[in-house]
Design a protein around this ligand. Sequence first.
Ligand code: GUN
Ligand code: FE
Length: 453
Amino acid sequence: MGSTAYYGPIIHTFGPSELEIIPSGLIVIDTEGQIMSLTRQVEPHSVNLVLTSLDLSPDLVDVRRLAPGQMLIPGFVDTHNHAPQWAQRGLGQGMHILDWLDQITFPNEARFSDPAYARRVYASCVDGFLRQGITMASYYGSVHGEATKILADLCLEKGQRAFVGKCNMSRNSPPYYRDATVEESLQVTEDCIAHIRRIDPHGRLLKHVLTPRFAISCDPEVLTGLGKIAKRNPDLPIQTHFNEAEQEMTATMGLFPQFTNEADLYEHYGLLGRRSILAHCCHMTDYEMGRLRELDSGVAHCPISNMTVGGGFMAAPIRDFLRRGIKVGLGTDSGGGFSSSILDAMRQAMIASHAREVASKGEDKGLTIPEAFYLATLGGAEVCCLADKIGNFVTGKAFDALVIGTQGADSGIMTMVEDDDDLLTVFEKFIMTGDDRNITRVYVQGRLVKGAM
Ligand code: GUN
Ligand code: FE
């Protein structure tokens, strides 16, 4: 058998308000999991004809027709989450960021010094994200090299596309949970980079992501060292927490009095650029937004944790970012975010944006469903500099996709589908009320990673 084809309703997006609804489309995938073609308006009886016109022998193509009520959408991209917080999701709601880190998070993340514990929790974490349709995740690991390598191994084994980052933190956390020295912080990072290059030499699914937790956690020498590693490894993404909450920003400026804002700080250390994934960005001046745009840095918008943990209790100005052409994707930020579902993050992004619409006296309009869907797919891919590879069903990209089931055994508790609902209505019902029960099958690079054929 050669290639595979999927036939049925398809929805994807080309931009914040460029949703494309294809009631009957045919996607052909090659043996490497790349999209060979997307054909629109294909009648059920003309599938073979279309394959022939693509110079394919229909006998050699495994054609899979979606069942009634099913549709195909691109996999979700989670631009920001913490794998070692998988078992603490939902704890410490309402706390301010530095107190939440000290009291809830650091004692919990310290447990990942035990490789057996790491393997158990990370296996559940990767399975849990895949089950919810997150085909690409940018993970913060813990401070530990061994556990971080285990996380990378598990992503590869289970077939999830991922950035995996050893978390750099050399100060301002308890002695039992920090890098012992600057040298160790950087050496363990180099070890993790080498490990990921060894297990996935062509970076088919995995990359190490440089992960200074935030400037408060890092001695200036660690930031300098990471900037040098970033320069030597231009393919590696970079992630950090950025302008999350006033408590955090005040502490940061106290530690780095030579700067007046975080954009200048991270840029000084060579950590702000096209590859940077900046979580939160809740409190942004005009100047900092301008720098993000000029440097083409991306925002990981985490509307759930913004409103429940951290102390900002205010979500980022997404409409303003989009207007300025700043790259934006969605992050679950689980466990600060109580939910690891991107569907929940989409809904919360809309809720938070409506609050901002009121606060801006109508100037910053709330997000629509197509916009939230864009943030969860192509927008996230852009933030991760992966838009040439994933995010929608353009020819040449990888087939990272979800089969959404909305009827019968797949229906879960989403809003009941009526006989006369059109495809857009069913899609809206799924986005607003669906959950993992509606995510029937998940593919990454053409490989089935959740569900049965
Ligand atoms: N800032 C530094 N570390 C963290 C974290 O784990 N979660 C959140 N939300 N903010 C942080
Ligand atoms: Fe976070």
